[in-house]
Design a binder for this molecule. Sequence first.
Ligand code: ADP
Ligand code: MG
Length: 307
Amino acid sequence: LLMAYDPARRLARLQVSLERAAVNARMIYEILDIQPRQADRADARPLAISDATITFRDVRFGYTDNDTILKDVSFTAEGGKTTALVGPSGAGKSTVISLIPRFYDPAAGEILIDGQDIAHVTKQSLRNAIAYVSQQPYLFEGTIRDNIRYGRPDATDAEIEEAARHAYAHDFILAQPLGYDTPVGENGVTLSGGQRQRLSIARALVRNAPILLLDEATSALDTESEQAVQRALDEAMSGRTVVVIAHRLSTVVRADKIIVMQAGQVVEEGTHAALATRENGLYARLNNLQAPTAGAAQTSQETGAGI
Ligand code: ADP
Ligand code: MG
């Protein structure tokens, strides 16, 4: 039945071309419904979500057999709360995020969601529980409606429009020549950075998943876009377990918990208030470094500080 449904068929075609092309991970992250390549364990069970608490327990990981990128990483992202990952570039923040939907598996240790080891649940059920918003949203060839529907192939038009409204995208979509049917991508209309981000947030919202993984954009948007994107993100984050790679100081300060990473290890964790006053703490040093010019638009690329 699903295959008779046009967007699903299109998604299946996309899957094939993605597998062939070995495209970059960022693009795959946004389309979490892609069929996992490795089969589930014979005894895999569907993930049962209660409050969607994520726990890393002594997780070790390397991209090859002879490198170790993450060294015994342990932390808990509480259900319904926002956990910010901060730290210098190359610390392993994106790697941590990529282990949650099981794009890679740890070499040692375990990752639990509501107490269930994710290695023991079906990948389909795991990925159904997760939405991802990347730093540089990818738009596929197709209409605006198609691009939001990639978040969930069986979403109705009404659900797509609702997601777009919550992502503060509905109004600019209606202002396009063909509204939701306007083609985007290489042969379509050009959208601004802020508009693309809001489409990507709408794509995440239409999944209605309990877990949101967010790689905050580092590129500066104009003030108006910045505010619209921030409102859309606030909407997306509310009531979900959020793990955010935070580049904006405002996100870090508001997070329920901050995990500070350096060279593949968690070196500190706590709230902004607690970490900022810790003597000789890495976070306090990064924070002081940034303080004289701190502002909502500050990025790690501008400061080199990673927060
Ligand atoms: P961060 O997000 O904190 O900047 P990353 O998780 O992207 O850090 O990277 C951590 C380390 O892993 C870096 O040394 C990086 O070069 C390496 N790395 C990241 N992705 C890959 C990959 N796909 N293959 C091999 N090494 C990678
Ligand atoms: Mg990164």
